[in-house]
Design a protein around this ligand. Structure first.
Ligand SMILES: [Zn+2]
Length: 315
C-alpha cells in the first residue's frame, strides 16, 4: 500500500460539482449510518433537536427514562452504563431527578476519580528528577496547585483536564528531549474524560441540570458533518469535504490532521470501510450518489496519507 501521497495546494479530484446538498447528506442519517471513526450508529440531528424542546427531560428520572429508552441502542458505552445506573436507581427513588440521583453517587465516584488522577500526577512528578531546574520547578507548582483542587471536596473551580494538559504542554515545550516531552504529555492524556470513565461522567455531570444530564447521554451519538480538511485550513464547507461522523469523534478531533485521529482510533480504517459499504448499499437503492462516494474515498485516502484506502469495487 502506498503510504505517501504528494500534497498539492488545491485538491481537485474527478468530481468538481458538489455531489449532495446539505439536506441530501443529512437525509442519510435516516438509514442507520455508523460513524467512520468509532463505528457506533449515529442519531439523526433533527431527532436530537426535537428532543431539546421536550419539557419531560427536567422531570423525575422515572418519567425521563421511558423517553430515553428508545435511544439506548445508540448511546456510547459510558453513557449507556450511566443510563443503566439511572434505571436501577429510579426503581428505588422514583421521585428523584437525574441530578439528585447523580449527587447521591457523586462522593463515591469522585473518590475513584481522584485515585486515578493522583496516580497519574505522581507519574508526571517523577520527571522532576530529570528535568532542568526551571522546568522542574514549574512542574512542581502545577502539580501542587492541581492536587489542591482535586483533594478539596469543595474546590473554588473544578479540575479541568483540558486546562491541565494545556498548562503542562506550555511547561514542557522547552524540554529539548522530544521523547521525554512526548512521554509526559502521553501520561497526562490518560487522565479520565467523562466520555471514557463513568466516574468522570458522574463528577462532571452532577454539577449540571437534569435536562442537560439527560441530553448528555445522547449528545455524543448525534450525527454531524465532519470537515475532512479542517475548516481552519481552508477546508470547503460542502459535501465535497464532508464525512458523516458522530459528535463525540468530531469534537475529539478538533482541528488535528486525520492521521492523528487514526493514531487515537486504530480501528478507524475498518470502521470507515463499514460506513462506505453502507453508503454503497444506499447508492444501489438510489439513496446516495456515486460522485459523493468516489469523492469521499479520495478525500479519506488523501487526508489519511493512504492509511484509509477504501474498497469501492462493489459500486
Ligand atoms: Zn464516532
Amino acid at each position: 500500500m502506498e503510504k505517501k501521497v504528494v500534497k498539492t495546494e488545491n485538491i481537485s479530484f474527478k468530481c468538481k460539482e458538489i455531489p449532495l446538498t446539505r439536506r441530501e447528506l443529512k437525509n442519510l442519517f435516516n438509514f442507520h449510518i455508523p460513524c467512520p471513526c468509532c463505528g457506533m450508529e449515529m442519531l439523526h440531528p433533527d431527532i436530537y433537536t426535537e428532543l431539546l424542546g421536550n419539557p419531560i427531560l427536567s422531570e423525575c428520572a422515572s418519567d425521563v427514562i421511558p423517553l430515553l429508552q428508545q435511544f439506548e441502542y445508540i448511546m456510547h458505552p459510558v453513557e449507556r452504563q450511566v443510563f443503566n445506573m439511572f434505571k436501577s436507581l429510579a426503581v428505588k427513588y422514583p421521585n428523584k431527578n437525574f441530578q439528585e440521583l447523580l449527587l447521591m453517587k457523586k462522593d463515591v465516584h469522585e473518590l475513584a476519580l481522584v485515585k486515578i488522577q493522583s496516580s497519574i500526577f505522581n507519574k508526571i512528578s517523577f520527571y522532576r528528577r530529570i528535568l532542568p531546574k526551571k522546568t522542574a520547578r514549574a512542574l512542581r507548582k502545577l502539580i501542587i496547585k492541581t492536587n489542591d483542587i482535586i483533594f478539596d471536596p469543595e474546590p473554588h473551580k473544578p479540575f479541568s483536564r483540558r486546562i491541565f494538559i494545556h498548562k503542562l504542554k506550555s511547561i514542557c515545550k522547552n524540554i529539548e528531549n522530544k521523547k521525554i516531552r512526548e512521554e509526559i504529555i502521553k501520561i497526562a492524556r490518560r487522565l479520565p474524560r467523562s466520555s471514557d470513565e463513568v466516574c468522570a461522567f458522574v463528577v462532571k455531570n452532577a454539577r449540571k441540570s437534569s435536562r442537560i444530564i439527560a441530553l448528555n447521554l445522547i449528545h455524543p451519538s448525534v450525527g454531524t458533518f465532519e470537515h475532512l480538511q479542517p475548516k481552519c485550513m481552508n477546508g470547503e464547507n460542502n459535501s465535497l469535504n464532508f464525512a458523516l461522523e458522530c459528535t463525540y469523534c468530531n469534537n475529539s478531533r478538533h482541528h488535528f490532521p486525520l492521521t492523528v485521529q487514526i493514531e487515537e482510533n486504530p480501528f478507524m480504517p475498518e470502521n470507515a470501510q463499514i460506513q462506505m459499504d453502507k453508503l454503497i448499499s444506499l447508492y444501489k437503492k438510489g439513496l446516495c450518489k456515486r460522485e459523493y462516494i468516489e469523492n469521499l474515498k479520495n478525500m479519506f485516502y488523501y487526508h489519511s496519507e493512504g492509511i484509509i484506502d477504501l474498497d469501492i469495487s462493489r459500486l
